[in-house]
Design a protein. Sequence first.
Length: 91
Amino acid sequence: MKVYHDQKLIQKNFQPGQQVLLFNSRLRLFPSKLKSKWYGPFIIKEVGPSGVVELVDLASSDPERSWIVNGQRLKIYTGGHIERLTSVIHL
C-alpha cells in the first residue's frame, strides 16, 4: 500500500521569486462552501531543504515582513484576479 500511495504523490518544486497561493487550514465553526480557502498571491523568498518555504506578502505595508510555512500548503499561482468580496443573498 505504501508503494502505491507514494506513486500518487506529486512533487512540488518551488523557486525563489515564484508567486504562490497559501491554503488556510484553520478550523472554522461555520464553514462556508463558497468561500475560497486559498489566500495570496505571495512571493517565495527562500526555499529550505526539507520543503520549508519563506513567503513575503505583496500587499503588506512592511516589505520585510515574511513568514515560514510548509511547502505542502502552497500551490503555484498562475495569474488572474482573486475576488475577495463576499455577497449576501437574502431569501
